[in-house]
Design a protein around this ligand. Structure first.
Ligand code: BDP
Length: 716
């Protein structure tokens, strides 16, 4: 009792102290003491002793998490038993607990995926119990994280009747990490995988990585870059990957690797990688056998083939299906999958790049083995700040398609700019393709509702690195978080995810939640406005893709900017109508007609689908030129608005994280002006129209901006 009083006093003192500096390492799993002392006391009574039934590494992970989280949030010691003994919190499975079994939940649980769970207030005998139950230990772990989230975000814990089942079976991070620890398009330091020290040295970060992922339901990780190195398939590296798999397994996370298509030549000593060659088939079987000996639950391969110089089946005049199926056959006996990327285009094909993946893959629908998925980027070009959805979604009913989103901000300011990506993800997922009537959203293609896909999956290109706060920019964490939450439940809104993340990461105080939600929700549109408004795309600086580069020309055309914006005195924009590249034809009706019609096409996609004269009249009544200028200027100005929002939270947030974001926002403001001035001056050469009155004139001329070359931008 005395001890309790002392603890209580300690908590009161702690809550009265100024907010302590934080470096962001704890992500959204900070487990701060609950602010309301009465709630804290009553929950400490309720959850001070817990029953977690079952015996497995996952059950141990649940116990450790509870020990840490409840201990911190409730400021008390937590006693955990593995049998139910009248505790008020019971976590387990019907198989591991007779009490859970006796509650008659079998039907409810059997309707869920194995990793689904329920959280309910139940009565066992004469005891009120909060129950977290699943058919699997991993489901129980997910349920545990859910309960902790409710506590972290100050939610009521009475009358709970939560039933959760994931919308996608595989929820996967793609690390574009190289074996030398550089990260392609990685802006948060080096790769967290220390291949040199593996398998003998395990960093504590690996465990925290697994905890963070499990807390949002991510259950797979592709360790290596899609621009693959065959070495990772050798015994030495498989041992290293196996060590990571061992760390991740208790958290329900499977390991995947990227497979370089020419590996049979590079590490197999063969003269060919022809997928129909018997020796090549044997090679892949051998590789799979080796891997599964060491990683029995290995997830499978992710493959980038015949794309941007990567080898593939086309080298042998074989199709993508023939290539994918050879790898799939090797994995099939072990239960592995192949995720074959649709990001293919060639400058030797004289067809608009936006059309090429569809042309290549739609004829192959139904020709892939059952354990192959096609991994498709959200838009038809390449992770641009805004793209219409990829027309492959909905066009391959016989082949499971999976989404590839980018979490790392290659085209959205790297780890320097604050851009909350959930609005981009949900805009895409909620687009109605109309393929089976109204409501046929991209989300319903992916989660299998529309075509009954036997496997469903979603991937996000990770933004994680060795930086202390994992993602470089504190708000990069929100994109990792949002990806995981949407991978679990594609019906969540960007706004509710933002609020959850803010509450857990920053504060439950309204004075923080309100301005930060507003800032996050607008940030993507603001980023579009100062970079690529009205459907402009692919006008960034070459190679590092950080700043503006509308002038980029002279390389293979589909890697230049001029190919995409087509600016001349006659106008600007890519004509993808029936009179142009006819990319609109790949979209089902009524979208095809909507996108094709200059009057009906949403203005956010106007210059994606149409080439229009500078004096074209926009819905606002402005000319296209004036509208473009207006968007560039309001985009850049809005960063100042974001700064004001952030400044308002200073009293409620620790100094370290406050200053970190403040400094980055100032860089973002300057960069936004750089984008604005560069683009406005560049396009003005063609429009030959003045910058309307009221907008300050760029402080430098176009030549200045064209000559501004950044050196050593991170992210290779
Ligand atoms: C592009 C990146 C490039 C990747 C490629 C891909 O610039 O680094 O290798 O996508 O997805 O966006 O394969």
């Amino acid at each position: 009792m005395k001890r309790f009083k002392l603890l209580f006093l300690f908590v009161v003192i702690i809550s009265a102290l100024p907010v302590v500096a934080e470096d962001g390492y704890d992500l959204w799993l900070r487990y701060k003491p609950l602010e309301d002392v009465r709630t804290q006391r009553s929950l400490a009574k309720q959850f001070g002793t817990v029953a977690v039934t079952g015996q497995s590494e996952t059950v141990n992970a649940i116990k450790q998490e509870l020990q840490l989280a409840l201990g911190e949030m409730l400021a008390t010691d937590i006693i955990i038993d593995n049998i139910w003994n009248s505790q008020s919190l019971l976590i387990g499975t019907p198989a591991s607990s007779t009490q859970i079994e006796s509650l008659g939940l079998a039907e409810k649980l059997n309707n869920l995926a194995a990793d689904g769970y329920i959280i309910q207030n139940v009565r066992i005998g004469r005891k009120d119990v909060l129950l977290i139950a699943s058919n699997s230990d991993v489901g129980a772990l997910y349920g545990t994280f859910h309960l902790l989230r409710l506590m972290q975000t100050n939610q009521e814990l009475s009358d709970l009747d939560i039933v959760e089942t994931p919308k996608h079976m595989q929820r996967i991070l793609n690390h574009w990490d190289n074996l030398d620890r550089t990260v392609e398009r990685g802006y948060a330091g080096f790769s967290i995988w220390d291949w040199h020290k593996l398998p003998r040295y395990i960093y504590p970060q690996y465990i925290d990585y697994a905890r963070a992922n499990a807390s949002i339901g991510i259950n797979g990780t592709v360790l290596t870059n899609v621009n693959a190195n065959a070495l990772v398939l050798t015994d030495e590296y498989i041992d290293k990957a196996a060590a990571l798999a061992d760390v991740f397994r208790p958290y329900g996370i499977k390991v995947y690797l990227t497979a370089r298509f020419s590996a049979p030549i590079e590490i197999g000593g063969l003269e060919t990688a022809d997928p129909l060659n018997e020796e090549v088939k044997e090679f892949w079987k051998q590789i799979a056998n080796n891997i599964y000996k060491k990683i029995p639950d290995f997830g499978g391969f992710l493959v980038k083939a015949d794309s941007e110089g990567q080898p593939g089946p086309h080298n042998y005049k074989r199709t993508h299906a023939e290539g994918a199926n050879t790898l799939a056959e090797a994995l099939e006996p072990h239960g592995g999958i192949v995720m074959w990327r649709a990001f293919v285009y060639s400058h030797e094909v004289p067809v608009d790049r936006a059309l090429q993946a569809y042309n290549e893959f739609v004829p192959l629908d139904g020709k892939f083995n059952d354990n192959v998925l096609i991994q498709v980027k959200n838009g038809p070009i390449d992770f641009q700040p805004r793209e219409p959805y990829h027309p492959l979604f909905g066009a391959m009913p016989k082949t499971p398609l999976m989404m590839e989103f980018q979490i790392t901000q290659e085209y959205l300011g790297h780890a320097t700019h604050l851009t909350y990506l959930a609005p981009l993800y949900t805009e895409n997922l909620n687009t109605d393709t109309h393929i089976q009537g109204e409501g046929s959203t991209v989300a319903k293609v992916l989660d299998g509702t529309l075509h009954n896909y036997p496997i469903t999956a979603i991937a996000g290109v990770a933004n994680i690195g060795t930086d202390r706060n994992w993602t470089g920019h504190l708000f990069g964490q929100s994109n990792w978080y949002a990806f995981g939450r949407l991978a679990w439940d594609n019906s969540l809104s960007a706004e509710e995810i933002a609020e959850e993340w803010i509450r857990m990461t920053l504060s439950n105080d309204k004075s923080v939640i309100e301005p930060v939600v507003e800032m996050m929700m607008e940030s993507r549109e603001i980023g579009v406005n100062y970079r690529t408004p009205i459907g402009l795309h692919h006008i960034m600086a070459e190679s590092h893709h950080y700043g503006p580069g509308p002038w980029v020309t002279g390389r293979r055309p589909d890697w230049t900017s001029v190919y995409y914006h087509n600016a001349s005195e006659n106008g600007v924009g890519f004509d993808r109508t029936v009179n142009g590249s006819n990319a609109v034809s790949q979209y089902p009706e009524p979208l095809r007609s909507i996108y094709n019609s200059v009057d009906d096409c949403p203005e956010k996609f106007l210059l994606w689908f149409h080439h229009l004269p500078w004096d074209y009249e926009m819905k606002s009544g402005r000319t296209l030129w004036n509208e473009m200028v207006y968007k560039y200027y309001t985009g850049a100005d809005s960063v100042t608005w974001m700064q004001e929002k952030w400044n308002s939270v200073e009293p409620f947030i620790d100094d370290q994280r406050f200053k970190h974001v403040k400094q980055l926002l100032e860089m973002q403001r300057q960069d936004a002006i750089w984008w604005r001035n560069s683009c406005v001056l560049y396009f003005q050469q063609f429009s030959k129209m003045p910058i309307p009155d009221g907008f300050e004139k760029p402080e430098n001329n176009l030549e200045y901006y064209e000559n501004k070359q950044l050196k050593f931008v991170p992210g290779i």
